[in-house]
Design a protein around this ligand. Structure first.
Ligand code: 7TS
Length: 403
C-alpha cells in the first residue's frame, strides 16, 4: 500500500535515510517549503510597519497566521497568541516577565523531573533571583505520575507549576490537567510545554485548563525560528514586556515609553513573517492529514518498534511497556554499549537517531541512566524503516564484540 504522506516530504524522497529523530526536529512537506519561499517571492515587506500595499499584505498574512494558530489551539482571541522563536523563548518570556514580577521569597515553583532543560533552567533563574524555591514531582520508573503523588507534592505555596504534555525522552504524558487544577487552588498559574504534543495531537488550551502554553513550529512540520506562546489575556495584559525595541511601543519619550497592546507588546523587533507563513501552511497540512490518522500511523509504527526492541536481548526501553504510553518516542539502552556507539552503528545502517541526555539530564539521573539512544517517529515513517532500525539494533552487541 502506498504511504499517504511520505511523497510530500522532499528530503525523504531524495535520500534513503530512515529518519527517526523527529522529536529533535521534523522534516517539512513541500507545501510548507513553498509557503516560505512564496512569502519572499510575493509578499515580502516588514510586517506591521509600512502603509503601502505590499507591507499591508505582509501584515495581513502575518495576522492571518496568528488567527490560524488561535483556531489550532482553540484559544479565545488572537491577541493571546505571541509569536516567538521556539518553545525555549516562549518559556523564557513567561519566566522573565510573569515569573520575576509575581514570585517572591517563600513561594514555590513546581515542575516535573521529566522536563526538558528549556522548562527547568528558566525556573532555576527565577528561583535564584526571587528567592522562590524550585521543587520537583518525581515519576515512577515507567515515567508515570500517580495522581496521589502529584497531589502530595502540592503545598499551598506553589504559585507556578509547569510540565510537558509529552516527555521528549519517555513519550509519557505529564500530569498537566491535574497540576493546573491544583495550582489554581493556590491562585497560581500553570504553564504547559506542548513542544512534543502539538505535532501529534489536538491541543486545546481551554480543555487543558492551563494559563500558558508553549510550542515550536519546527517539530510540527513548520520552519525553524517560529514558535508560539499562548497565554490568558488577563495575565498577558498584566505582564511587563520581555524584550524591548521596535514595534512593541505605543509612544517613546527620552526616558520612558508606553507599550503596544497585545500581542505586539511581546513581539519586539522585526518578526518572522516567512516563518509564520510556513507555520500556517503546516497547520493546514496537519488539519488535512487529521490527528486521528496521524495517531493511527504513529501507534502502529510504535507498536512494531517497541515490541521489536523488547524482543532483543540486552536492550532496555526506558519508560512504559505499552506503545500507547510512548507517543512515538522510544529511548533505550543497549547493555555494555555507549549510546554514542549505538547511534554511530545505526548511522552506518542508514538510521538517524539521537544519542545523549536529550536535554533532560535530571530525568536521566533520576532513572539511573547517564544517557540513552532515542528513536522518535512521525507521520511520514514506514514499517520498512522500523525494520531497518530493529535489524541494526539487534546487530550492535555483535559488532561491538560483545556476542
Ligand atoms: N520542550 C520539550 C518537551 C522539547 O522536547 C524541546 C526540544 C523543547 C522544549 C525545546 O524546544 P526548542 O524548539 O526551543 O529547542 N526537544 C528536543 C529534543 O528532544 N531533541 O532536540 C530538541
Amino acid at each position: 500500500m502506498s504511504h499517504p504522506f511520505r511523497a510530500d516530504f522532499p528530503l525523504l524522497v531524495h535520500t534513503d535515510i530512515a529518519f527517526l529523530d523527529s522529536a529533535a526536529t521534523s522534516q517539512r512537506p513541500e507545501c510548507v517549503i513553498q509557503a516560505e519561499k512564496e512569502y519572499y517571492e510575493r509578499y515580502n515587506a516588514n510586517p506591521l510597519r509600512g502603509f503601502y500595499d505590499l507591507a499591508q499584505e505582509a501584515t495581513a498574512r502575518y495576522e492571518g497566521a496568528r488567527e490560524k494558530v488561535r483556531a489550532f489551539l482553540n484559544a479565545d482571541s488572537a491577541e493571546e497568541i505571541i509569536f516567538t522563536r521556539n518553545t525555549t523563548e516562549s518559556i523564557n518570556l513567561v519566566a522573565w516577565s510573569w515569573g520575576l514580577s509575581n514570585l517572591k521569597k517563600g513561594d514555590e515553583i513546581l515542575i516535573t523531573i521529566s522536563e526538558h532543560h528549556s522548562n527547568i533552567l528558566p525556573w532555576q533563574m527565577v528561583a535564584q533571583r526571587t528567592g522562590a524555591v524550585l521543587r520537583y514531582i518525581f515519576c515512577r520508573e515507567d515515567g508515570s505520575y500517580p495522581k496521589e503523588e502529584v497531589e502530595a507534592a502540592f503545598t499551598g505555596k506553589v504559585k507556578l507549576a509547569a510540565a510537558a504534555l509529552v516527555s521528549n525522552v519517555l513519550g509519557q504524558e505529564g500530569p498537566v490537567r491535574q497540576m493546573a487544577k491544583l495550582v489554581h487552588l493556590n491562585g497560581g498559574v500553570m504553564l504547559a510545554d506542548a513542544a512534543q504534543a502539538a505535532p501529534h495531537m489536538a491541543v486545546d488550551v481551554k480543555a487543558l485548563g492551563v494559563d500558558f502554553l508553549a510550542f515550536s513550529g519546527h517539530k510540527m512540520l513548520a520552519p525553524m525560528g517560529i514558535g508560539v506562546l499562548w497565554g490568558r489575556k488577563d495575565l498577558l495584559d498584566s505582564m511587563p514586556p520581555f524584550l524591548r525595541g521596535g514595534e512593541m511601543i505605543d509612544s517613546v519619550r527620552q526616558q520612558d515609553a508606553t507599550f503596544a497592546e497585545l500581542p505586539h507588546k511581546f513581539e519586539a523587533g522585526t518578526v518572522n513573517g516567512a516563518g509564520a507563513e510556513g507555520l500556517a501552511a503546516a497547520i493546514d497540512y496537519l488539519s488535512r492529514a487529521g490527528f486521528d490518522r496521524i495517531g493511527d500511523i504513529e501507534l502502529s509504527l510504535t507498536r512494531r518498534a517497541l515490541s521489536g526492541l523488547q524482543a532483543i536481548p540486552h536492550v532496555r526501553v526506558l519508560g512504559g511497556t505499552t506503545a500507547e504510553e510512548h507517543h512515538g518516542i522510544l529511548a533505550f539502552l543497549v547493555d555494555g554499549v555507549h549510546p554514542h556507539d549505538v547511534s554511530a552503528i545505526l548511522n552506518e545502517d542508514g538510521v538517524a537517531v539521537r544519542a545523549g541526555h536529550h536535554c533532560a539530564q535530571p530525568l536521566h539521573t533520576h532513572l539511573g541512566a547517564r544517557s540513552s539512544t532515542r528513536a522518535s517517529l512521525y507521520l511520514y515513517n514506514t514499517e520498512e524503516e522500523i525494520d531497518r532500525f530493529l535489524e541494526s539494533v539487534s546487530s550492535i552487541r555483535r559488532k561491538m564484540g560483545l556476542g
